[in-house]
Design a protein around this ligand. Structure first.
Ligand code: NAD
Ligand code: GLY
Length: 351
């Protein structure tokens, strides 16, 4: 078992432990007495794990409701949020009650945002069941839904009171979702962690899935440090957006047929090519990134047009006036933040 304590506006533990899911009530009781709970999940994850969670909670005296919605990024929208809010109201959840996000990043972002504003804010717990959610989205309190004009544009910072990650749940995760999670894991390597890149090059996670527990712990430690230093993204936390400026454009521009982690990995490669063009990165690093992406079956090219990627980037949250803050890879395991004019952003977008 690994426990990583995060000190932020809400202090909480991220617990990474195999077979912890059937014992969720044990972990919860220590921080939240019996109350009404709404498990929010999707139609892939719910049938696999919701009854395990509710059985544990009900035995411990919690009253459990479940809200299940169709899986997929296109469900992370305002209409789905409204439906969830109405369901929370109909279930008469009070400020002392709890939401549990059981699923991948879509469930976590949606349920977290509902928790941020229902009754002006109630507690929530993240139970990540996808690799991407385990290494990234369940930690740090960013919650949001998408708008038609861009990704994650309607959201709030709201830290969970607990993150419980049971890597055993990854046994049912389809291979393409493992690949997707690897996109975010490679990203962490370029945020000051060349040792993670070394490990992924020597032992690609797809071929060594038993490494996943330690990799989750490594990634959560990296993210926890960043969130503790800069919870609301006034500086350091923006580095976690490496690969996202073009990644969000690719994801949204493809109508979500290219999933988030794939798009982030490709966004990293595109930005790295731009960095080489600006003489900010040694060209040999490009081959290294390509090798990592190929080893994890991530894309190294796209049919989405450069114009569309740049257009989508102009709606990015990191934009301010005529400028945008980008994250530029500068070496093997290093990146920096850079504010550029939109005209200059185009020079970084090398497909
Ligand atoms: P997802 O939630 O859509 O999950 C991917 C797919 O895997 C879904 O079909 C889901 O039903 C299925 N799934 C999940 N766990 C499973 C399991 N154990 N067994 C079988 N199927 C399972 O997507 P995701 O990749 O987890 O997350 C992507 C989302 O996370 C995006 O919306 C992205 O914007 C967001 N995100 C948020 C943050 C943050 O800090 N809040 C960070 C990164 C990404
Ligand atoms: N995934 C970016 C962040 O949490 O800040």
């Amino acid at each position: 078992m690994d426990t990583i304590h995060i000190q932020a506006s809400t202090d909480y533990d991220v617990i990474i432990e195999r077979n912890s899911l059937p014992r969720i009530a044990e972990f919860l009781q220590a921080i939240k007495p019996a109350c009404s709970v709404m498990i929010v999940t999707d139609d892939n994850v719910g049938p696999l794990y919701a009854s395990t969670v509710s059985k544990s909670l009900e035995t411990a005296g919690y009253t459990v409701h479940t809200y299940t919605f169709p899986h997929g990024e296109s469900e992370k929208n305002g209409h789905r949020l409204m439906d969830l809010m109405e369901t929370l109201g109909q279930a008469k959840l009070t400020r002392k009650d709890l939401i549990i996000a059981l699923g991948g990043g879509v469930v976590g972002d949606l349920a977290g945002f509902a928790a941020a504003t229902f009754l002006r804010g109630i507690d929530y717990v993240q139970i990540p069941t996808s690799l991407l959610a385990a290494v990234d989205s369940s930690v740090g309190g960013k919650t949001a839904v998408n708008l038609d004009c861009g990704k994650n544009l309607w959201g709030a910072f709201k830290q969970p009171i607990l993150v419980l990650c049971d890597p055993e749940t990854l046994s049912t995760l389809p291979k393409e979702e493992w690949i997707n999670g690897c996109g975010e894991i490679i990203k962490y390597g370029f945020l000051g962690h060349p040792e993670l890149l070394d490990q992924l090059r020597e032992r690609p996670l797809l071929q060594h899935p038993k490494d996943v527990d330690t990799i989750i712990t490594q990634c959560v430690r990296i993210k926890a440090y960043v969130v503790e230093v800069d919870e609301k993204e006034s500086g350091l936390r923006a580095t976690l957006n490496l690969g996202h400026t073009f990644g969000h454009g690719i994801e949204h521009g493809s109508a979500f047929t290219i999933p988030h982690g794939n798009a982030v990995a490709l966004g990293l490669l595109i930005m790295a090519r731009g960095a080489v063009a600006h003489e900010e990165l040694d060209p040999t690093i490009i081959a290294c990134i390509e090798q990592l992406l190929i080893a994890h079956e991530l894309p190294t090219s796209t049919t989405i047009s450069r114009d569309l990627i740049l257009e989508e980037a102009s709606h990015d949250k990191k934009a301010s006036g005529s400028s945008i803050t980008i994250v530029v890879p500068t070496g093997y395991g290093t990146s920096v933040l850079k504010k550029v004019k939109f005209e200059e952003l185009a020079a970084y977008c090398i497909l």
